[in-house]
Design a protein around this ligand. Structure first.
Ligand SMILES: Cc1ncc(C[n+]2csc(CCOP(=O)(O)OP(=O)(O)O)c2C)c(N)n1
Ligand SMILES: [Mg+2]
Length: 300
């Protein structure tokens, strides 16, 4: 699935005559999801420098996108050229994305919707930058209106990359926009794979907020192993082997504290989320890099 598209995005794409892709990460998957990949009535204009990243060695480019018109240009250059050819008086009003309505389910355990909703509420009055987002984050929870609101996904999807990615972003943010809080929202497996990098945030005094979707598993791969078990006639109940991060669960807060971070959690109940986020934000206000460990039910 492409990343973070909402039902509204897909229905707009379903009705479009022309798509202008401004360096979208995975155009092919997006068109596939809307059932438009092979639709001749649609014209796809793709403005990107991605082809320079395409090699025979890796598939970092994901699916090869369909492009009826290929513009070998970055989005800023393309947008500037489009705006100047439209003329100053034709410049369309900016579309401002509004915070979506997330209605977390009424469940005793925490869903991704609960986590996204609680995070968005905690950040409502803070200028922030999501350096990354975990799998399954509901797009409507976090509308992006500024290029620094979300930095986008790393192309290869490398597990362990998000923590150093966020720390690099926070270092750069000290120069670019020092009041903008960098948010490392990621999974437990990704955090564990990049854990040692947290120390750099402590050493450099970077007050990053880490929001951990802790489902105690490399869950994406559990799902993959489930699909493979079905395809190959193997026992599905073994899907967790080598993927589950439990029994005993790693102590994410303890590991973060060992790198010099403050840590809150693990938070297990939906009703405990607001107070836990209040504590985390108070710690951020004191200038500490802070992690909040949230136990998310992967089945919700
Ligand atoms: C270096 C590397 N190894 C393995 C993978 C395969 N992989 C993709 S997602 C994933 C699990 C991620 O776990 P977590 O961060 O906890 O997210 P979850 O799927 O549980 O939401 C793995 C192992 C990868 N992308 N990169
Ligand atoms: Mg996980």
């Amino acid at each position: 699935m492409p990343l973070f598209q909402s039902k509204d995005d897909l229905s707009a794409l379903g009705e479009a005559d022309v798509v202008l892709s401004l360096d979208w990460l995975d155009v092919k998957a997006f068109l596939d999801a809307a059932g438009r990949a092979g639709d001749d009535s649609l014209t796809v204009i793709h403005a990107s420098l991605d082809r320079y990243a395409h090699t025979g060695a890796v598939m970092d480019y994901l699916g090869l996108p369909r492009a009826d018109i290929m513009l070998l240009a970055d989005p800023d250059t393309t947008t500037q050229a489009l705006l100047s050819s439209l003329g100053a008086d034709k410049k369309p009003a900016a579309v401002v994305a509004k915070p979506g309505v997330i209605e977390p389910p009424d469940t005793p355990t925490i869903s991704m919707a609960h986590l996204a909703d609680a995070t968005a509420k905690a950040l409502r009055d803070h200028k922030h930058c999501y350096a990354c987002l975990p799998f399954g984050w509901p797009a409507a929870a976090s509308p992006f209106n500024h290029p620094l609101d979300y930095l986008g996904a790393d192309a290869g999807g490398v597990i362990g990359a998000a923590p150093p990615f966020a720390i690099g972003a926070a270092l750069a943010m000290q120069e670019t926009d020092p009041d903008r809080l960098v948010v490392l929202a990621t999974g437990d497996g990704d955090l564990l794979s990049g854990m040692a990098s947290l120390w750099t945030a402590t050493q450099r005094g970077l007050p990053i907020l880490a929001v951990i979707n802790n489902n105690r598993s490399f869950y994406n791969d559990e799902r993959h192993q489930d699909r493979m078990a079905q395809a190959r006639g193997r026992p599905r109940e073994n899907k967790w082997v080598g993927q589950r991060l439990d029994d005993p669960p790693p102590d994410l807060c303890g590991l973060a504290k060992a790198q010099g971070w403050a840590a809150v959690g693990p938070v297990a109940l939906p009703e405990d989320l607001p107070e836990a986020f209040d504590r985390a934000m108070a710690s951020i206000a004191r200038g500490r890099p802070t992690l909040i460990d949230v136990l998310v039910d992967p089945e919700l």
